[in-house]
Write a protein that binds this ligand. Structure first.
Ligand code: KG4
Ligand code: ZN
Length: 415
């Protein structure tokens, strides 16, 4: 089954084509194309993502990104005329499209041009992120997907972005050798999803059936990375910048820096909620601790910044690992999946690998390809495949709402 995925929940405009097979028992995915257009440049001067700028950029980028994804998958057929099986005329189809995209008027002319110049692509379904994310940004993708589903007469599936991050573990950057590289998973699956918007531990009893076990009570861990980077004068997004500085510090000074990071008289940060006894997180206090410590320092040297970056990263990773171990014991999970943008973090990946080898050697531990940890549409198409096996399609003519605070398995989720 060929699925076109669309993702606009934050600051990446992404479209992908993924071939899904194997059913719920053994889903297998082949990425035919995956195009991501990042808006980081537009948001950098604000030090974070601005929802209305994200919305504007998605409306600007969606059609060219779609075109590229279709070309990449060999599904861009210019010879086509806008002929539909149902015989509905182009004029009436375009009228519907005008009303669906009334809130995204910039999208209408390029979309109409595209629809008039290519044949409806040979895809079996369209999947779109419904939430969680920034609502103005989500709406653009949802309305775009509704318009496409209507124009091409394809079934439409609404996807929870977090289910996408879990399924990213089954995708691979390279499309060759997918078969033998796809890890065999056994349920229950525990997932730690760590991104700029989320920090949560979820358990899946089967594909499509999820429960949130714990989550952050305030800032997401990626958000903490971004805010701490800002305090340290590092560029946005802060995760990669802190990670690079921390790795360099640990590398250059070896164990010394590690020891110094441990020394309370030098820099010592709290490990928030590490002993709270539940599976929730809190990262805003950690960020505040960095701010207070910086304010106390008379002269903030590069060395101090580097040590701070290392200690911050150590504190965040230690808390994530401690809660993950607790959740493994509580759920008896047989598979562990790491997902979300912060899953690109070198220390986190190294520590997860070490802890699982030492403490849960029987469990399958999956770290997704780095390129697939951040937001992309291949993971949304993969989640769309699962949705097509457990849900009925959404009606594109009825209003499909974007839900900024959508929760896996919660009220309003698509299951
Ligand atoms: O999943 P994602 O692309 O978008 C959201 O859904 O939020 O995650 C982006 C987040 C940002 O906060 C970014 O700073 C963080 O992931 N990030 C990292 C690293 N690479 C990206 N955090 C720590 N270390 C990294 N190497
Ligand atoms: Zn994400």
């Amino acid at each position: 089954m060929k699925i076109l995925g669309i993702e606009t929940s934050c600051d990446e405009t992404a479209v992908a084509v993924v071939e899904g097979s194997g059913g719920l028992e053994a889903p297998l995915f082949e990425v035919r194309s995956s195009v991501v257009s990042s808006q980081i440049k537009e948001h950098v001067s604000f030090g974070g993502v601005v929802p209305n700028i994200a919305k504007r950029e998605h409306a600007r980028n969606l059609v060219p990104v779609l075109e590229k994804a279709l070309r990449g998958a060999g599904l861009y057929n210019e010879s086509g005329i806008f002929n539909l099986e149902s015989g509905v005329t182009q004029d009436s189809r375009f009228q519907i499209l005008d009303s669906m995209l009334a809130r995204e008027p910039d999208l209408i002319p390029p979309l109409k041009t595209l629809l008039q110049s290519i044949a409806p692509p040979e895809i079996d379904a369209i999947a779109v992120t419904r939430g969680p994310g920034l609502e103005p940004a989500l709406w653009v993708g949802v309305n775009f997907a509704r318009a496409l589903a209507c124009a091409w007469e394809k079934p439409l599936y609404a996807v929870n972005h977090m289910e996408g991050h879990i399924l990213a573990a089954l995708l691979h950057e390279k499309t060759q050798n997918t078969e033998h590289k796809t890890p065999k998973v056994e349920f229950p699956i525990l997932s730690l999803l760590v991104s700029g918007g989320h920090t949560e531990l979820d358990v899946a009893s089967a594909w499509g059936k999820y429960e949130v076990l714990g989550e952050t009570r305030d800032d997401a861990v990626g958000e903490a990375f971004d805010k701490v980077a800002r305090l340290l004068g590092l560029p946005y997004p802060g995760g990669p910048a802190i990670s690079a500085l921390a790795e360099m510090t640990a590398d250059k000074r070896g164990l010394d820096a590690e020891q110094r990071g441990k020394n309370p008289s030098f820099v010592s940060l709290p490990r928030p909620m590490i002993n709270s006894g539940d599976l929730d997180f809190s990262f805003s206090g950690l960020k505040t601790a960095v701010r207070y410590r910086l304010e106390k320092e008379e002269q903030v040297t590069d060395e101090f910044r580097a040590t701070m970056a290392l200690e911050f990263e150590r504190a965040a990773v230690e808390v994530l690992l401690a809660k993950t171990c607790m959740a493994m014991l509580e759920t008896g999970a047989k598979t562990f999946i790491l997902g979300g943008g912060v899953a690109a973090n070198t220390r986190l990946r190294r520590e997860v690998t070490r802890v699982f080898a030492d403490e849960f050697p029987e469990a399958v531990c999956i770290l997704p390809d780095r390129a697939l940890t951040t937001d992309n549409a291949a993971m949304i198409a993969a989640a769309g495949y699962i949705r097509s096996l457990v849900d009925s399609p959404a009606d594109p003519l009825a209003s499909l709402e974007a839900v900024g605070k959508l929760r896996l398995g919660g009220v309003g989720d698509v299951q």
